[in-house]
Design a protein around this ligand. Structure first.
Ligand SMILES: Cc1cc2nc3c(=O)[nH]c(=O)nc-3n(C[C@H](O)[C@H](O)[C@H](O)COP(=O)(O)OP(=O)(O)OC[C@H]3O[C@@H](n4cnc5c(N)ncnc54)[C@H](O)[C@@H]3O)c2cc1C
Length: 182
């Protein structure tokens, strides 16, 4: 019987696994490895890791977790969770069953993009959902003078409008993508 099964091996699941390992709890983390930010090149705004590649961040997080022998990581999708008599039965895609006292869901979010032709091709490159994550890098596109003058208006522009916009574009790059498609 496992103390805990964690479903999802992104930052949330891996951090939970680290804490479970340090508490000596027998835990398995299952991860299908389809993180929300898999379209991005760099992740920003997390102190000590600003600009890190998401894959590198995940590698480092796994290294931290693997120091603790009570936790193991399996790259497999969980398909079924059932609870009977206070115990969870977790079944993976491969059909293997595990029993656990607790289940921690860290399965993340899935972005639902607006219906704009071609948006899939540029999401995470020049179209983003989070101004704080990617606005800084886009400032030269929004205000071409920014690079030359050192004016940081673009980053401020994105941050200031967080409540008003859902998706924002680095316009110059989006135009380049359109040209390539035509
Ligand atoms: C374009 C873009 C850019 C971003 N940039 C930044 C940034 O710069 N800075 C920042 O802080 N944040 C950024 N984010 C947000 C960041 O990606 C999320 O906050 C973060 O990934 C959330 O972590 P999580 O562990 O909750 O989920 P995820 O990282 O999505 O991980 C969830 C994991 O659970 C797995 N999973 C789901 N269901 C199952 C199942 N049934 N069985 C097994 N495994 C399963 C998935 O495959 C995945 O690996 C960005 C997001 C996007 C889309």
């Amino acid at each position: 019987m496992l103390d805990c099964v964690i479903i999802g091996g992104g930052p949330a699941g891996l951090n939970a696994a680290l804490v479970m390992g340090r508490a000596g709890r027998k835990t398995i983390l299952f991860d299908e490895d389809k993180p929300r930010n898999r379209v991005t090149q760099e992740s920003h705004g997390f102190i000590t890791q600003d600009g890190v590649k998401p894959s590198e961040f995940k590698k480092r997080a796994r290294t931290d977790v693997q120091k603790y022998r009570s936790v193991s990581i399996k790259e497999e999708r969980v398909e079924i969770i059932e609870k009977a008599s206070g115990v969870f039965r977790i079944q993976t895609k491969g059909g293997t069953d595990y029993m656990a006292k607790k289940v921690l869901l860290a399965t993340g979010l899935r972005d639902v993009l607006p219906e704009i032709p071609g948006i899939q091709n540029v999401y995470g490159t020049s179209v983003f959902s989070c101004p704080f994550c990617d606005g800084w890098e886009m400032q030269a596109d929004i205000d071409p003078a920014a690079k030359r003058t050192g004016n940081q208006k673009g980053g401020r522009y994105c941050g200031d409008r967080l409540g008003a916009i859902r998706f924002f574009c680095g316009t110059a790059r989006l135009r380049n993508h359109s040209e390539r498609r035509d």
